[in-house]
Ligand binder design. Sequence first.
Ligand code: ATP
Ligand code: MN
Length: 460
Amino acid sequence: MQDRRIKNILTAEPLKQKIEVRGWLRTRRDARDFSFLEINDGSCLDNLQVIASSDLENFKDIVLKLHTGCSVLVAGVLRKSPAKGQTVELHADRIEVYGWADPESYPLQKKRHSFEFLRNIAHLRPRTNSLGAIARIRSSLSYAVHQFFRDHGFIHVHTPIITTIDCEGAGEMFRVSAPSHFLKDNSEEPRDSEFFGKPANLTVSGQLQAEVYAMALGNVYTFGPTFRAENSNTSRHLSEFWMVEPEMAFCDLSENMALAESFLQYLVRHVLEKDSLDMSLFAKFIDKKLFAKLDKVIENPFVRITYTEAVAILQKADKNFEFPVRWGTDLQAEHERYLCEIVFNQPVFITDYPKDIKPFYMRVNADGKTVAAMDLLLPGLGEIIGGSQREERYDVLVARMQELRLNLEEYRWYLDLRAFGTAPHSGFGLGFERFLQFVTAMNNIREVIPFPRTPGSALY
Ligand code: ATP
Ligand code: MN
């Protein structure tokens, strides 16, 4: 007696063997002398078809009462399927129920539900085809991220989730505090009112800590959750999301972009090769042109233009933007989409932004007005990556921080990296959920993370 997951059974299982399968019933259809059961165990998109003959001893009492959502065990013999739609079918000689699902109250019925509806039952939505496929693709791509960096000699660094860096311009932070009984003092000694001795926050980026390790180990990356308390209720923003952040010593902006490009193409190639069954669902139901779009990304080099060139293109554009384009202001989503979708119809790197709209750590260019920044924009999505060459010159960094009235003592450790053995270095951050949106063509970012956290909503 062998025990197998449906993914293996459908692809590699020899016929005529006796096997056992456990999973959840998707549908039951009754014919004259038997019922067809579709079983899914989460191992792949496809269901296993089970033939349950009316000869089964519990046919009337159990089999005919099975409904969508029940969990079952089926033992039987695998045979070649005579019908279209599947290659094998399981002829049951024993069916047991682990758990019933009352058809009156089970919220997932056979029909297609809207993603908004599914969001409110996030504890059951991974049982649907689409959310199950997203979960498998997410897992597969997470593995691919580590594989890519490992293959390129990068060291994985776990940067902290709780941080006391007071500000770095990436976004609003969530405060971390301890229950008040921790902080009330029973002893004579005065104690700090902060658990960590000073205000602490959830991280908005692991970059500054990754820089510490890049300045010792060369090429490093961090891949973990990040948090932003921004009140931006858009289809592209979460309050908790995952970011991939490589940081490379002895690396300038153009090498940084070359890495970002080959990383992104690697991930797209990976998902097309390794997750083709799950991906076919999105190409069929969400975006018919999905595979063509992804093929284009791996076949063509990305466009590289400067911010100044982008502004010139936008100012000449035959289009009325809601926000006017002026050198010195940040590009809005409508501008990014125009460049990426109308002008180039390809991924576009925009480089060398005005220093006043970018954080203090980006390297100041020779013109004194712009910094060695790069954003990567994707058609249909917008910004996927933000990165830069970091300011490695001690004096220039100090001057920049003073301009912005940052507390130099708070950043003594960061300045030390420039005081002792400084080196040119660069890195970027890729929003993992934004990338998942790109490869699945899902419209809303809340669908590509298991339990989305957004302003006003944190279920479970
Ligand atoms: P945006 O302008 O889109 O809000 P950002 O400039 O704040 O992005 P960075 O601070 O450069 O973004 O972060 C790096 C990457 O992290 C972004 O390119 C994006 O892919 C992702 N990202 C940023 N904020 C969020 C968010 N709130 N939810 C999901 N992903 C995000
Ligand atoms: Mn943002």
